[in-house]
Structure formats: structure tokens, C-alpha cells
Design a protein around this ligand. Structure first.
Ligand code: E4P
Length: 216
């Protein structure tokens, strides 16, 4: 499973890239707004840091506007993936951009039928939002499992990108369910790496070493 970071923060992206674990990044208008930096300058820097696909989202809601913004976004860097909402207008924009060779990520997907339609229309990625379904007492992971089954039944090539992941268990379950990609907030990435026994074990080694006065 590929690991993307769900952030527009360049320090977070650099940290994960330095470990060689950054396969890509996803952003959305809320994440971009949080950074309080000029858009172009920010996303160009993100695209330089990330050696992999970077999803940048349109903010238009009509097909023509989405296509126009998508074309502009795609010109920013070769690794840009244009993120479009899973709406009728978004699917029309996906068809047009797809024919022009632009990669697309259909976002805010909350049902298997939406996922089926965007795959039929040729989306590069589909982003089902697990956490937001859990928030309304639906089991978000069931959506990933169902989409995986549907895509495998018919050999769709659209990549299943598990989004809105909120904790380490979401990541494990997404991997078991066969998601192609998990996009994680930086805090979840850190939780995945951290283990109290590693910290305790390291401290014990260093204390013993110090007590014995050994030097390298
Ligand atoms: C994915 O592309 C979205 O940016 C993201 O996963 C949304 O997560 P949230 O529901 O925690 O805001």
C-alpha cells in the first residue's frame, strides 16, 4: 500500500520524504488555507518536495470552471493530479481532463455507486472518506471493502485511495481491505512509527552504557 501524506505543510512533507516513506501527497482547500501562504508558491514547493503524485483540488463547481482550473493546476508540475468533487459536473470534467492526459482524483466519495461511476468514467484515483462516515455512525471501512470488491470484479484500474483516515487502526484496516493508497495526516503517520517499547528499550540501553562508562 502506498503512503501519501494528507497535508499542505512543507515541513511535514520534508520530514516523511527524508525517511524515504513519502509516496505522494493529497491536499484540499482547507489544508491549503491553513498554511496562509500564496497558493502558487506553496504548491510549487510541495511538488518539488514530493517525488510522487500531488493532488491539488479545484474550487470551481461547474464543469467549465473545473476544466479551466484543472488545466492550470496540471501545468504547475508533471506530478500534479487534479482533484475533482464526485458530482455530475466533476465527472464531466474528469472525462474532458482525462482525454487531455491529465491525472484525476475524484474526492468526497461516500458510496459504492459513486465509486463505480468515477471508475467507469476513467478516474485515476477515487478518494472514499472513511473518517467522515465514521463521524455519522456508518462504518467507513465497509465502503473501502465494497469498492475493492467492485473494482476487482470488473478489473477497473482506478486506484483506491483511502482518505479521511483518523487513527492507526484505520491504516491497518485499509491495508487489509486492499486499498492501493492510504493518505494520512502527519499526526497519524507519527503514531504509526512510535512504540513505547522502542523508547523504553532505547533509554535502558543508553543508561546501561552510560553507567558502565563505555566509549565508542
Ligand atoms: C483527502 O484527500 C482529504 O484531504 C482528507 O483525507 C480529508 O480528511 P478529513 O475528513 O479528516 O478532513
Amino acid at each position: 500500500m502506498k503512503i501519501f501524506l494528507d497535508t499542505a505543510n512543507v515541513n511535514e512533507l520534508r520530514e516523511v520524504a527524508a525517511m524515504g516513506l513519502l509516496d505522494g501527497a493529497t491536499t484540499n482547500p482547507s489544508l491549503i488555507a491553513k498554511e496562509k501562504r500564496p497558493f502558487r508558491d506553496l504548491v510549487e514547493e510541495i511538488c518539488r518536495i514530493v517525488d510522487g503524485p500531488v493532488s491539488l483540488e479545484v474550487v470551481a463547481t461547474d464543469t467549465e470552471g473545473m476544466v479551466q482550473q484543472g488545466r492550470e493546476l496540471a501545468k504547475i508540475a508533471p506530478n500534479v493530479v487534479v482533484k475533482l468533487p464526485t458530482t455530475a459536473e466533476g465527472i464531466k470534467a474528469l472525462r474532458i481532463l482525462g482525454r487531455e492526459g491529465v491525472k484525476t482524483n475524484l474526492t468526497l466519495c461516500f458510496s459504492p455507486t459513486q465509486a463505480l461511476f468515477v471508475a467507469k468514467a476513467g478516474a485515476t484515483y477515487v478518494s472514499p472518506f472513511l473518517g467522515r462516515l465514521d463521524d455519522i455512525a456508518h462504518v467507513g471501512m465497509d465502503l473501502i471493502r465494497t469498492i475493492r470488491k467492485v473494482y476487482d470484479n470488473y478489473g477497473f484500474e482506478t486506484k483506491l485511495l483511502a482518505a479521511s483516515l483518523r487513527n492507526p487502526l484505520h491504516v491497518v484496516d485499509a491495508a487489509v481491505a486492499g486499498a492501493d493508497v492510504a493518505t494520512l495526516p502527519f499526526a497519524v503517520f507519527q503514531q504509526l512509527l512510535k512504540h513505547p517499547l522502542t523508547d523504553i528499550g532505547l533509554k535502558r540501553f543508553l543508561d546501561d552504557w552510560e553507567k558502565a562508562g563505555v566509549r565508542i
